[in-house]
Design a protein around this ligand. Structure first.
Ligand code: ZN
Length: 289
């Protein structure tokens, strides 16, 4: 019995487990680039760094370049996609996504540790770990540009990267192969509390919350609900099963959100680990379905 257990443990290398410390470190490195609004030299450096990391993990990387029409003029944007091929015969796909741009701020002092350093860091960690694991279905890890509004959040001034990719995938027919999409945003807060998003697919919310309960993370996954507009919405509108995992309660009265207070000292590796483990287990179960 003991030897069987040992064998089972050895079968999953330690490196193939999500590490909150590693995700936190990737986030710290992203934040080091400074404010990262779309089209900025700092975001271009961030893009090169993300792409190099993904390639080093063994990802097949695609760069989705597109011109975005923003209220302040045209901006060249780039979605970054990592594909990890599945071994199964059917071309089914799972997607985990998040944004990597930061909100343009007039004084350029907003470094966005949680928004969107944390999604950048967690997605890199998920890519690092997932690349070492077997799977049946293709896994796409997607980094969106231009989630943030340039002026005021609206249907046309927000979600530039995800709106572009959803449209593109609908045009090519790839969207029909996507079985589920998990979006992460603002998941690094020391005080981690995720609410059930009413704009997400109810079945996915149920699955994720039950996995969180099994893993002993119920105190971070609350029963209360909210309704979020985030990068999952363009896909939901096109009928994709999708969920948004976001902790939109950042500091007292959300005062760290989109302010200079959104810095690394507000985040904790443990929070990345909680969300990372729940996402990995959800992907594992969806892969086996
Ligand atoms: Zn934001």
């Amino acid at each position: 019995m003991i030897s069987v257990l040992l064998l089972a443990l050895l079968a999953v290398p330690v490196l193939a487990q999500v590490s909150g410390a590693s995700a936190f470190e990737f986030t710290r490195q992203a934040v080091e680039f400074g404010p990262r609004p779309p089209g900025s030299p700092a975001l271009q450096k961030t893009q090169a760094w993300i792409i190099a990391k993904l390639k080093s993990f063994g990802c097949e990387v695609t760069e989705g370049n597109f011109p975005a029409q923003t209220p302040t003029g045209p901006v060249a944007m780039k979605n970054i996609l990592c594909r990890l091929k599945g071994s199964g015969p059917a071309a089914r796909a799972l997607v985990v996504s998040g944004h990597y741009d930061t909100k343009p701020s007039p004084n350029m002092r907003f470094v966005g540790a949680n928004d969107a350093g944390s999604s950048t860091g967690l997605l890199l960690e998920l890519a690092r770990v997932s690349a070492k694991l077997p799977r049946k279905k293709d896994l796409w890890i997607v980094f969106y540009d231009g989630e943030e509004a340039f002026v005021n959040w609206s249907a046309t001034d927000s979600l530039y990267g995800s709106r572009h990719l959803a449209r593109e995938w609908a045009t090519t027919g790839f969207l029909g192969r996507v079985e589920a999409l998990i979006n992460v945003d603002m998941i690094g807060d020391k005080d981690l509390n995720l609410l059930q998003d009413a704009n997400s697919s109810p079945a996915l919310v149920k699955l994720v919350w039950s996995i969180a309960r099994e893993l002993g993370y119920s105190k971070h996954f609350e029963d209360a609900s909210t309704a979020m507009e985030d990068d999952h919405i363009p896909f939901r509108r096109l009928g994709v099963e999708a969920i948004d995992l976001i902790d939109f309660d950042y500091g007292p009265l959300n005062r760290y959100w989109h302010t200079e207070r959104d810095t690394m000292d507000k985040l904790a590796p443990a929070s990345f680990e909680v969300v990372g483990k729940v996402v990995m287990e959800t992907l594992r179960r969806l892969d086996q379905r």
